[in-house]
Design a protein around this ligand. Structure first.
Ligand code: ZN
Ligand code: ZN
Length: 376
């Protein structure tokens, strides 16, 4: 069954590859700084994916050093504060705002209110939102300034190596400007992706950075505009974590992403179902411990034996079948596609207009990208 899925995935990939011409190279070689056998016996590594509802927060610990990557929305400030306090974490070596969206940085002020910080990383130093102003204010209280990391930068957290993979180039779109980090501990590796979407994924793949990771934090809460088949093939994860709120208004995680994960045979955990998710590594293997619903097999929508069926949507009808009834308007000049009702369609030259009843996936495979306004 597993090999069948793999075969299916690779045939899908070869079709896409032929269509898009630009084939990413095969995996780069693993860059592991400290082999598992050379890690000290006392060495420890753990990532807690904290259930902050719709948002992201991951606390990374290695050998008593800490890095907080995002802190959920400001409504979760108490939760973040208490989380650090309960573990008596009064010093964070690094605090990372992957990007300034409120569901990622809202709770960081509360973290800074409890813990002193060594280095604060963010892709931007200024942003107009109140949430970002508050983050800056709490940094200033500690006489700290933001460091903007560049793709290619590396740093150590205890005996773990942290590689900055993105953003490769600055994007005006907040999500595609997300700081993407790959953490290597012994022979295990972890990819933290913020809300990076296809554009940033593509840039990172093109940068030829080593993406191979045992565990991936799925980007943008399982949005269908992230986590492409290409990306999954390059990362080749065993485990995926989706940080997402129950019944959120965005429909995250999407069936599209859940089925891509199923095709790639990735064991998937979700904070909306599993609560806080604790991932430990001994340098050789990763143990994932969800705080609830641990007995549930991978909580994917495709799992027919899933006891959490009430919170799942059936994927018996494929996403393609669900979206096939839409009429899309393709712009042969910009290579964007839109719903027929989108404002931009009215401004489009007739000579550039192509009407299509193909599925969304087919249109994307033809090299078109979804309009950012109508979000087809
Ligand atoms: Zn975002
Ligand atoms: Zn987000």
């Amino acid at each position: 069954m597993k090999s069948l899925k793999r075969t299916l995935l690779s045939s899908i990939l070869s079709i896409i590859a032929v269509l898009s011409l630009a084939m990413p190279d095969a995996y780069a070689s693993k860059s592991i700084s400290i082999p598992a056998k050379e890690l000290a016996a006392s060495s420890t590594f753990q990532i807690d994916f904290i259930d902050v509802g719709q948002g992201d927060a991951a606390l990374v610990e290695c050998d008593g050093h800490y890095m907080l990557v995002d802190g959920g929305g400001s409504k979760k400030s108490d939760l973040i504060y208490t989380y650090l306090k309960n573990r008596k974490i009064t010093y964070l070596d690094y605090i990372v705002a992957t990007h300034p969206d409120a569901d990622h940085i809202g709770g960081l002020s509360a973290a800074l209110n409890y813990a002193a910080v060594g280095t604060a990383l963010s892709p931007v130093t200024t942003h107009t939102t109140k949430t970002f102003q508050s983050f800056l204010k709490y940094l200033q209280k500690q006489n700290k300034q933001i460091t903007v990391p560049a793709a290619g930068d590396t740093f150590m957290l205890g005996s773990a190596s942290v590689y900055v993979l993105g953003p490769v180039s600055a994007s005006e779109e907040s999500n595609n400007n997300s700081i993407v980090l790959r953490i290597v501990y012994g022979e295990t590796s972890f990819l933290l992706t913020g809300d990076a979407e296809f554009d940033e994924e593509r840039e990172i793949i093109d940068s030829k950075a080593d993406l191979h990771s045992t565990l991936i934090k799925i980007a943008h809460h399982g949005s269908k505009y992230s986590t492409s088949y290409y990306w999954l093939r390059e990362v080749a994860p065993e485990y995926a974590i989706i940080s997402v709120g129950a019944d959120n208004q965005y429909g995250h995680p999407t069936d599209d992403v859940l089925s891509r994960l199923r095709d790639a045979d990735v064991k998937t955990f979700r904070t909306d179902i599993n609560g806080d998710i604790i991932c430990k590594s001994d340098g050789k293997t990763i143990t994932v411990t969800p705080s609830k619903n641990a007995g549930t097999d991978t909580p994917l929508a495709n799992n027919n034996t899933n006891k959490n069926a009430s919170v799942q949507k059936s994927t018996e009808t494929t996403p393609t079948a669900q979206t096939a009834s839409y009429t899309y308007i393709l712009n042969s000049n910009t290579h964007k596609f839109h719903y027929a009702s989108c404002k931009s369609v009215k401004q489009m030259k007739d000579s550039n207009k192509i009407t299509s009843n193909d599925s969304r996936d087919t249109i994307i495979a033809q090299g078109y990208s979804p309009c950012k306004n109508c979000n087809p």
